[in-house]
Design a protein around this ligand. Structure first.
Ligand SMILES: NC(=O)c1ccc[n+]([C@@H]2O[C@H](COP(=O)([O-])OP(=O)(O)OC[C@H]3O[C@@H](n4cnc5c(N)ncnc54)[C@H](O)[C@@H]3O)[C@@H](O)[C@H]2O)c1
Ligand SMILES: N[C@H](CO)Cc1c[nH]c[nH+]1
Ligand SMILES: [Zn+2]
Length: 437
């Protein structure tokens, strides 16, 4: 864990290394991921089976890649009614938030008489990546699939790793609840490659969405262009801005809630109170001893954790914007005042009783969010990731007479003769057919 104080002379250099640390750790996966993607592209199912045996310790034949309808139905019967009810609370809230996002088409006729517009059209086929290496993520099934369904996507293909052949039944129950029936027991970069390029068993999709570890995030980066992707939703990160009025244990738990995802996760506290920073650091050490996932959380905290002490809350928000976190918690008396100054964050959690973990499960907004500072330019998963826009223009002779000459002039200025003629030939035809025009 790095402890930095903005009043210390070396602060800027240390902060700069905090900004780039995880990007550098990510470089290590570029080559292995490129090799996996090339092998999937070349050998399809054979590579999927070989890598599933290698990384998930599960020997498979191609015929066993997909879960059967019976396996999905059997999993649903293994989930307790209480957990099914919890799944339903989450699904209902996620669905209503994403329904509220649905955009409207645009269509209007302008002053020259042209009808212009934009139509939203759902994608045909989408690949949903659901992580499963170090934890099971039924919540990510809902976060991926529900907005896709709301947007109107016809085909949803889901990939999830099953380490040692084990699948948490709640993952399949969540898929069933969200209407996903095409599910493959494949994870990592090979799953992304299969959905991007297709194999003998898995048909290719148009866009791949969903969170995952550094291998999954890098694979999405590398297949982008061949297919669409949502964002780089890699190892989780959180920045907590807190004043000294919050219980230090609660802040420690919020930091550890992200640290326990992955050794590459990053949890950062920013506070203007040095004594409070000490208390939270102590509480992290105490709580770490009680967690079952202590090995992962300790590694994340040791390697990427940070505690920043600032002059005031104003400076805290400036640093948070520079960190552009996936999640930003504002655990202060007046969170709305700070929120007004937030420029870069995937999702913001306002108030001491609204921890990030609520957003992971039952808040409603999506928990698939841009990590590693990509919130500077990217947003969390939404219905927009499952749709595209087609614009249209419809015009008659009157409109062409009004705007055509400007088009001809610009085409000639660009030296594109056929463009100019495409318009001017029509203008000429109009003059000939209506001599008094
Ligand atoms: N940003 C978000 O929105 C969000 C949401 C949920 C989870 N997450 C993140 O998702 C990640 C889940 O990670 P996970 O590991 O539990 O599951 P995962 O499914 O992402 O990764 C498991 C797969 O990684 C591959 N893999 C592991 N080691 C490898 C190696 N050495 N070489 C090649 N491939 C290898 C294997 O194929 C394995 O099946 C965490 O980092 C978590 O923080 C992010
Ligand atoms: N915090 C993760 C996003 O970074 C999402 C998640 C799912 N389950 C628990 N947490
Ligand atoms: Zn989480």
């Amino acid at each position: 864990m790095k402890r930095l104080d903005t009043r210390n002379p070396g602060f800027e250099a240390d902060f700069a290394s905090l900004l780039t640390a995880r990007e550098e750790q990510g470089q290590e996966v570029h080559k292995p991921v490129a090799e996996i993607l090339a092998a999937v592209r070349q050998k399809g199912d054979a590579t999927l089976c070989a890598l599933t045996e290698k990384f998930d310790r599960l020997p498979l034949t191609p015929a066993q890649l997909a879960f059967t309808a019976d396996e999905i139905a059997a999993a649903c019967t293994q989930v307790s009614p209480e957990l099914m009810a919890a799944l339903d609370v989450a699904a209902t809230r996620i669905e209503s938030f994403h329904k509220a996002q649905m955009p409207s088409d645009i269509r209007y006729t302008d002053d020259v008489g042209m009808t212009l517009g934009l139509r939203w059209i759902a994608l045909d086929a989408v690949g949903l990546y659901v992580p499963g290496g170090k934890a099971a993520y039924p919540s990510s099934v809902l976060m991926n699939a529900i907005p896709a369904r709301v947007a109107g996507v016809q085909r949803l293909a889901m990939c999830v790793p099953t380490p040692d052949g084990i699948i948490n039944p709640l993952v399949l129950a969540a898929a069933h609840r969200a209407g996903v029936t095409e599910i493959y027991r494949v994870g990592g970069a090979q799953a992304v490659g299969a959905m991007a390029f297709g194999t003998q068993t898995i048909r290719p999709v148009d866009r791949i969405v969903g969170p995952g570890n550094a291998f999954v995030a890098e694979a999405k980066r590398q297949v982008f262009g061949h297919v669409g992707i949502d964002s780089i939703a890699g190892p989780s990160d959180v920045v907590v801005i807190s004043d000294s009025a919050t219980d230090p244990r609660l802040i420690a738990l919020d930091l550890l809630a992200q640290a326990e995802h992955d050794e590459l996760a990053q949890a950062t506290l920013i506070t203007p109170d040095a004594a409070f920073a000490d208390k939270v650091t102590e509480a992290v050490t105490t709580e770490l001893k009680t967690l079952t996932r202590t090995t992962i959380a300790s590694a994340s905290w040791e390697r990427n954790g940070a505690v920043l002490v600032t002059k005031d809350l104003e400076e805290a928000i400036t640093l948070a914007n520079r960190l552009a976190p996936e999640h930003l918690e504002l655990m202060v008396d007046d969170p709305e005042a700070l929120f007004a100054k937030v420029r870069h964050a995937g999702a913001v959690f306002l108030g001491r009783f609204c921890p990030e973990a609520v957003g992971d499960y039952v808040g409603g907004p999506n928990h698939v969010l841009p990590t590693s500072r990509t919130a500077r330019f990217a947003s969390g998963l939404s219905v927009f990731d499952f749709m595209k826009r087609t614009t249209f223009l419809a015009g008659g002779p009157d409109a062409l007479r009004r705007i055509g000459p400007a088009g001809v002039a610009l085409a000639q200025a660009e030296g594109l003769e056929a463009h100019a003629l495409s318009i001017s030939a029509r203008l000429d035809a109009l003059v000939q057919t209506t001599p008094n025009a």
